[in-house]
Write a protein that binds this ligand. Structure first.
Ligand code: SAM
Length: 219
């Protein structure tokens, strides 16, 4: 991580009041795909990490039973809470949580994250993906299986071809995007199969990862 957690949090809290006015075409396409790929069932709880002002969390609230948003920036969380209150959405909650310590000990069948994981180094991203996979997915363990969330959907800045300094998708001073291959390897090692890769742009994509079930019947 090129900045500390508190430096990132302060940066986003300062930007929070105008954050929703600054979104680009690729961001919108990426966010739309994260929502589409998450596809929660009506009984599912969704955990949205790096939730910011709640774009993904609020978009999924109608389809899920409950959505839990976590972020390190109190300013972003405050915007998210205001938006939920103004829209009369009462099945979402927004509280402090860091990728590797989401401060959530409930069940979540689906984990989402959009445009946030690239602030971490590759080793930290790997730890974050392991933390996502460790959330209680609400199923019953089969013989050789741990029961994490059924699906993890990650939209982010990621390199399909390599970094392009001429493009505005990341700021080398604060951002640290991974290659698609590095992210896929992290999901695989955490017990997930990346079943879909949406390439929004050379440097923006959405990975859909499904939990691999081995050695027995899932109930
Ligand atoms: C570019 S915003 C994206 C917000 C939102 N997901 C969206 O799609 O609009 C990135 C968010 O990630 C949060 N963030 C950065 N580092 C984080 C970390 N280590 N753990 C949790 N959230 C983090 C920031 O506070 C910020 O709200």
């Amino acid at each position: 991580m090129k900045k500390t957690i508190s430096e990132h949090a302060a940066r986003f809290s300062e930007a929070a009041p105008s954050y929703d006015d600054q979104k680009g075409e690729e961001y919108e396409a990426c966010a739309g795909l994260v929502v589409r790929r998450a596809a929660p069932a009506a009984a599912d709880t969704v955990l949205d990490l790096g939730t910011g002002t709640g774009a993904i969390a609020l978009s999924l609230a109608d389809d899920a039973d409950r959505v839990v948003g976590r972020d390190i920036s109190e300013g972003m969380l405050e915007q998210a809470r205001e938006k939920a209150s103004e829209a009369g959405v009462d099945n979402v909650s927004f509280d402090y949580g860091e990728f590797r310590e989401p401060a959530y000990d409930g069940v979540a069948q689906i984990v989402t994250s959009n445009f946030a994981l690239h602030h971490l180094s590759d080793a930290e991203k790997r730890a974050a993906i392991e933390a996502m996979a460790s959330v209680d997915g609400g199923g019953t363990p089969s013989r050789n299986d741990t029961v994490g969330p059924r699906r993890i959907v990650l939209g982010d800045v990621m390199f399909f071809d390599g970094p392009d300094p001429a493009e505005p998708f990341f700021d080398p001073e604060v951002d640290d995007p991974a290659t698609v291959g590095t992210l896929v390897d992290s999901f695989t090692d955490a017990g997930y199969a990346v079943t879909r890769v949406d390439r929004v742009h050379d440097q923006v994509g959405v990975l859909t990862a499904e939990r691999v079930v081995t050695g027995g019947r899932e109930t």
